[in-house]
Ligand binder design. Sequence first.
Ligand code: AMP
Length: 542
Amino acid sequence: MFVPRSLKVKRNADDDLSCTAKIKKLSSGEPSLVEATDLRDVKPTIKDASASGCNLYKAVQECTELQTFPDSDFPFADESLGSDNQNVDEDSSSVEPIKSFSKSQRWAEPGEPICVVCGRYGEYICDKTDEDVCSLECKAKHLLQAQEKEGLNSDSLVKVESKPETLLPVTLYTYKEHSFILSLQDDQIKNLKLQLGIVVQGKGVTRPIIEFEHCGFPETLNYNLKNSGYEVPTPIQMQMIPVGLLGRDIVASADTGSGKTAAFLLPVIIKALEETKTPSALILTPTRELAIQIERQAKELMIGLPNMRTVLLVGGLPLPPQLHRLKQTVKVIIATPGRLLDILKQSAVQLHDIKIVVVDEDKKLFKPPVLVFVDCKLGADLLSDAVHKITGLQCISMHSDKSQSERTNILQGLFQEKYEVVVSTGVLGRGLDLVNVKLVVNFDMPSSMDEYVHQVGRAGRLGHSGTAITFINNNSKKLFWDVVKRVKPTGTILPPQLLNSPYLHDQKRKEQQKVKQSQNSLVTGDNLMDIIRKHDKSNSQK
Ligand code: AMP
């Protein structure tokens, strides 16, 4: 598709005669343009166009689909076919036509999408390749280049033709257990799960599939699966896909490389296909690399499926092109949390209608920040800088010299997982419920046990387990015995240097003496006479 889909919704079919299939044939030898502007009216047809002088000649169901042309002499596009996607929210009367020629497109402003062919403003997206293009002319060139790149020749037309027709309109999909799966005995299913290491919890969990065919997917999707080399489902896919197709909430866990991505993508694709509202699915993932990988896989599986478009919302890449794309009626968002929040703050994009949400957990997504305690502000700044420089981790220091707004930002960043390490003085030690801190490092041992207990208590809140690593040296020697008493009962292995420290033994001895003394000062039947005698003796000495 070439025109933002929302335009078709906004545009009144009555006042737009172009909303019917049009096939303009140019004079012999000239390239042909096939335009189809209303998906309901046009049946997909693919013809070998060699006889008509063009490489590929195809009417598709979507708006203004354009195929390859032999040279840059591009046929005239009907200027009324589409609209400038910048105006998607405006009245249809004000929408601009799609630019036919590269030369009528303006140059891109910094941060704007750039046409992959001519470098002008990449106002549109080529649905086939998902690349930004500026005009119909550049789209045609781009498609031609893409085909050349893939080494497509006339043989490949046969290949294209052999591809199953896209189902349009998409018939409502309902997952039904395949007759083969139904025919299996409970014991056989149990055995299968055992063999494949499939463990399930929850009520009425459907049986796993054994082949992708058991899902009853649309032919296009089956074709894409085969094309991507997915011959048989992996165990996580066997169990997760049917459960996902039934629309149940799932928490799934499997090793890296076990096919989890396709396990959640396939139900997402099927569900998103049926959804008319856009965007309809959100996939949240911890890192940009993972998001890119997921999008690539999603696109591979979505080829030829109608009205499916993805957007990648990730940090580290310019934001305007992502926002631009998001506004073009995308079905599936693949995002990292930080960039998604930035985009939501900056734009009026609503995510209320999203019914399908996948959190591709990866350990990093919920990777809790490390909280490091030091004993002075300068120490916090220096250590934070040093950790960042050496490890590349996102670090920030926190202390009483930070303004209120800085503190708020740091805390927000902490919850949004913007920071991986926070180096703080005692200011973060108390009161704050950093639920997601898993690791506390007492780089400098605090001066009192009370403070120490609060600091280590930042890890493992609300019944979660956590870890504290405490650096201890002779500066806090007066606390040695107290630390040991407090920490030993938790089963922690303490360093021999601490356990053998003379300070510790001294403190221990003194404490035991004190206990003895206090025990001695207690009056019991046994020591009563001793106490009286002692008392008399001291009085007579006076
Ligand atoms: P993942 O665990 O999702 O990262 O997948 C690891 C790799 O396995 C990816 O390259 C997938 O494309 C591939 N893959 C996933 N499912 C299958 C399958 N059923 N058959 C063959 N390859 C697969």
